[in-house]
Design a protein around this ligand. Structure first.
Ligand code: Z5A
Length: 213
């Protein structure tokens, strides 16, 4: 069986992690082998980069936009080369919490980065790999912020990127919606403001009806 690469995208608190956890037993019930991974991160080195890029808050030194972009790209190159490709080659379904569209939405649309350059950098980092399917979980930033403020896992503490203004996060959301308009075959948008079970049903429908799972 061929591997199948699914990425989950959306603003903070959209429920990506929750939906991936709900999809895992469903995939197992279909007899599909899968792995779950995330970005930034996914390998030991990429997880170290994750820690730096999310939590570097040294008051004497800001993280420069270009540095941030290159750190995400470095994490991704390591992740694709040493983990994702191998698992896809082994015929597994790879569920990935964030991928290349995050860089376009955050470092591109929200930070006014050069979109063409970021597309080329993404391509360089992943050596041409593309998700078979991207689930975009769309949610207004204020709702995402509300959810993460009550997130028991992090006790309401926001990391460096989450702590950006709501205006920044609105640009992220609009960037994602633009990416979905540009890539209608790959990116499927679901309304993430509903309860987790309703969203799960939508995702399963997409997999069954459009990808014959
Ligand atoms: N970033 C970037 O800038 N460039 C890049 O290239 C990449 C990433 C790859 C990664 O942080 C940060 O890096 C991210 C983008 C940036 N920063 N921001 N903002 P992360 O991986 O730690 O954080 P995240 O991806 O934003 O995850 P999250 O905030 O934890 O959101 P989530 O996974 O989408 O949501 P969740 O954990 O499933 O749910 C959050 C809470 O809401 C939790 O308490 C749930 O119980 C609750 N929840 C979930 N679903 C629902 C529904 N449907 N209704 C109500 N409540 C819900």
């Amino acid at each position: 069986m061929e591997g199948f690469f699914i990425t989950f995208e959306g603003p903070e608190g959209a429920g990506k992690t929750t939906q991936i956890k709900m999809l895992e037993p469903w995939l197992a019930s279909k007899g599909r082998q899968y792995i779950t991974t995330r970005e930034p991160g996914g390998t030991p080195l990429a997880e170290k980069i994750r820690d730096v890029v999310k939590h570097y808050n040294n008051s004497g030194e800001q993280v420069y936009d270009k540095t941030e972009l290159l750190l995400f790209a470095a994490s991704r190159a390591q992740h694709v080369h040493f983990l994702i490709r191998r698992e896809l080659d082994a015929g597994k379904v790879v569920l990935c919490d964030r991928f290349t569209d995050s860089t376009l939405a955050y470092q591109g649309y929200a930070r006014n980065g050069n979109i063409k350059f970021i597309e080329a950098l993404n391509h360089y980092a992943v050596e041409g790999l593309k998700p078979n399917l991207t689930i975009l979980m769309d949610l207004p930033p204020s709702s995402g912020r509300e959810r993460t403020s009550h997130r028991p896992e992090t006790q309401g503490v926001h990391d460096r990127l989450e702590a950006e203004t709501l205006d920044f996060h609105e640009k992220v959301r609009q960037g994602y919606l633009e990416l979905a308009r540009k890539n209608p075959d790959r990116i499927k948008t679901v309304d993430a403001s509903r309860n987790p079970e309703q969203i799960h049903v939508d995702i399963i429908k997409i997999l069954e009806e459009q990808y014959e799972f």
